[in-house]
Ligand binder design. Sequence first.
Ligand code: SF4
Length: 492
Amino acid sequence: MSDELIPQGLWTGDYFNEGSGHDGIFNKLKEECGVFGVYGHPEAASLSYYGLHALQHRGEESAGLCVTDGGEFNYHRGMGLVKEVFDKDRLASLVGDCSIGHVRYSTSGDSRLTNAQPLVFKYRDGDLAVATNGNIVNAPKIRRDLEQSGSIFQTTSDTEVIAHLIARSSKEFEEAAKDALQQMVGGYAFLLMTNDKLLVASDPNGLRPISMARLGDAYLFSSETCAFETIGAKIIRDIEPGELLIVDRNGLREDRFAEPQRKALCAMEYIYFARPDSDLNGSNLHSARKRMGKIMAQQSFVDADVVTGVPDSSISAAIGYAEQTGIPYELGLIKNKYTGRTFIQPSQELREQGVKMKLSAVRKVVEGMRVVMIDDSIVRGTTSRRIVNLLREAGATEVHVRITSPPFKNPCFYGIDTPDRRELIASSRSIEEMRREIHADSLVFISPEGLIEAVAGNNVDDYKGGLCMACFDNDYPTRTDFNGEEKFGCSC
Ligand code: SF4
């Protein structure tokens, strides 16, 4: 993945991504968050631990779990990775058959323990825990209105607004939750837990993924299906836009809080965010990304010696490109997975000597070769330039860049931390200007139609209009401007 929240042209410690998602290469778009819920399993906390571990790429800043056995809540949250926040003793202390968990990435300046989720509250009807993935575009306005009428917020997380709306309602819990959800504009998947039930909701456009599985009699919910595979659960289905599921001692009830609007699942989930072993809308992500590579090959063949993908998210597409063209796929770029948040950054002197901690070009593979480099997006352009230069320094004679997303021109309002429009290289430059800036011999982006075809597989007709592609085409599925209080990034 290219890009990036980096000072232009710098190659500093900050340039390396601290606490990013699964690629961890340079700075780049940040995933939003991941949620995992369990109802009806005596080892709910342990299942959630493994589920959250599988969702770790969606947020590395904090992790949390809240558990109940029908009585008081028991919860733990901490800063860091799932394995750092929970140890065996901590997990053993979280006894209950119902739980919700969360891994979090936050926008800068907002990374603090009080904002770690699940958020937990006491209100007149008992306990309430909330975990969210996504962003509520009008949350600042709702929050301001609530504060003006007396609410005191405990966190700076906009997720807290739903708890206040529920607590202030005179209706019983489920109706209060529906009313609250109806006020939320944006892209989100909510898990709400009380002392005796679990609620799951997806926004009316289905922008953020959330799926359901069964393990024995238990119900499980996850931002990505890869977490179900980890614990041997059987995938049942995705939660529909505007749907509200309620699980309690009487089983599962399917309800809705809003009529479904235009289906608009985030296209970047397919291109980059979700793990390749996850399914979205019934499509496996690795297969969809391979199709993106094949379609790119059909749209933009170039005579070359090797194809390589920027690890990890572009490897599937690179394999597809290679299969389609017959040009061999090679590991021309290698990621070091072990430079984490606590890694000591090199001095300027060492950096100048070429200490490349997170990504290296494989000289024996690319030297003297014409290379096709597949990547998933270009945001600011600085990281793409750096990777192209890595390949050239290792002896590549030509570097042809193929991008499996259309040009990224507009910010995201639905939970992806994107820079201001002015910092997006594609918002103000032609493709030829971008090619020159990243030092590539050629540069081609997949067409929007090609992307839809790749995502849909054999179901193109069903899929038309089924994706949010607003960061490419400026067609946002919801209102985004609430008195100028639009907010980029993630409110969870
Ligand atoms: S604007 Fe882009 S990143 Fe945001 S939800 Fe839509 S497709 Fe995803």
